[in-house]
Design a protein around this ligand. Structure first.
Ligand SMILES: O=C(O)c1cc(=O)[nH]c(=O)n1[C@@H]1O[C@H](COP(=O)(O)O)[C@@H](O)[C@H]1O
Length: 315
């Protein structure tokens, strides 16, 4: 099961974090942009070439430190089809380096349309006699707020292709409570209800370490909800974005973890990608600066939660 592979990577590297790959040209060092613009002009192709080169440098520097990367589709789509190709190439490069890839698409639709998103990001597509892997990520972020019709089409593909999903439950943004904290008659919150649905959806995708292939997104900016949901959702692994640039810290995310130091993977994007700007490092050292920041984040979280161990597995 896909999340077992993520969990094993986390335990091997003793690092429960994922580096977000959300590149905009402003984060890319000048020497990379100059090279890409010389080759392709100041065009969408030039921009996509620059972000791909930037990502490859980051991946090379991060691959022994973090177990996973999370490219957010929007940052690639904004550079048109060249950008979408850069997303494909980024996923392929990261997988080649042994990284687990969470494609952050926050996709949602119903029935056959959701099936099409699933095929695109987690499945295979057949054209004539040949079968292709359109994007090839290991997991996809999805929005469950259309209900089960938007999620069940994913589950067969996850089972067949060894993939997983992270469902938005309690998002990291300041206004997430406007809807997600609403309380139903009977006292349950909307985010709690979606969390319990994750437990149900995950029943058909059990993992060997106790966590299913249906994870939940719970923001690093909401420690109380992380604690509450960790208590309630014993089989649901969390993706916790919002560390760093959005203000979440190691103490905030600590409640997301179980007694083995498992249960969550914490995402940071801008704080890693732009570390070279903040540290004042020469731009040619951007990847080393990102690696330094990733190590700092790892050490800060490990100090809070202790060493990570895999529970023993029968059979
Ligand atoms: O699904 C996500 O990854 C996500 C959910 C959420 O609640 N909050 C959130 O910030 N994210 C994503 O996590 C990343 C956070 O980036 P930074 O704020 O730069 O670390 C972005 O890719 C967001 O789209």
């Amino acid at each position: 099961m896909a999340l077992d592979r993520l969990i094993e990577g986390i335990a091997k590297l003793q690092n429960p974090t994922v580096a977000g790959l959300d590149p905009v040209l402003d984060y890319v060092p000048g020497f990379i942009k100059e090279k890409a613009f010389t080759q392709h002009g100041e065009t969408l192709e030039g921009a996509a070439g620059a972000i791909l080169e930037f990502n490859k440098g980051l991946i090379d520097a991060l691959c022994g430190i973090v177990p996973a990367v999370k490219p957010q589709c929007a940052y690639y789509e904004m550079y048109g089809w060249h950008g979408v190709k850069a997303l494909y190439d980024t996923i392929a490069y990261a997988k080649d380096k042994g990284l687990f890839v969470i494609t952050d698409g926050k996709r949602n639709d119903i029935g056959p349309t959701m099936q099409a998103y699933t095929t695109a990001h987690l499945g295979t597509v057949t054209v004539g006699q040949r079968t292709y892997v359109p994007f090839g990520g290991d997991c996809l972020t999805v929005n469950g707020y259309l209900g089960s019709d938007g999620i069940t089409p994913l589950l067969d593909t996850c089972r067949a292709q060894d993939k997983g999903i992270f469902v938005l439950v309690k998002t990291s943004n300041p206004s997430s409570g406007e809807l997600q904290n609403q309380i139903f008659e009977g006292g349950e919150t909307l985010y709690g209800t979606v969390g319990h649905l994750c437990e149900q959806w995950g029943e058909g995708l059990p993992g060997k370490y106790g966590y299913s292939g249906v994870g939940a997104v719970v923001g690093a900016t909401y420690p109380e909800q992380l604690a509450e949901l960790r208590r309630d959702l014993t089989h649901t692994f969390f993706l916790a974005p919002g560390y760093g640039a959005q203000g979440g810290g190691a103490k905030d995310v600590a409640p997301a973890f179980d007694s083995n130091g498992l249960g969550a993977v914490v995402n940071a994007s801008r704080s890693i990608m732009t570390a070279w700007k903040k540290s004042g490092a020469p731009e040619t050292d951007y990847a080393q600066a990102a690696a330094q920041e990733a190590k700092r984040m790892r050490d800060e979280i490990i100090q809070e939660i202790g060493a990570i161990s895999l529970p023993s597995v029968n059979g």
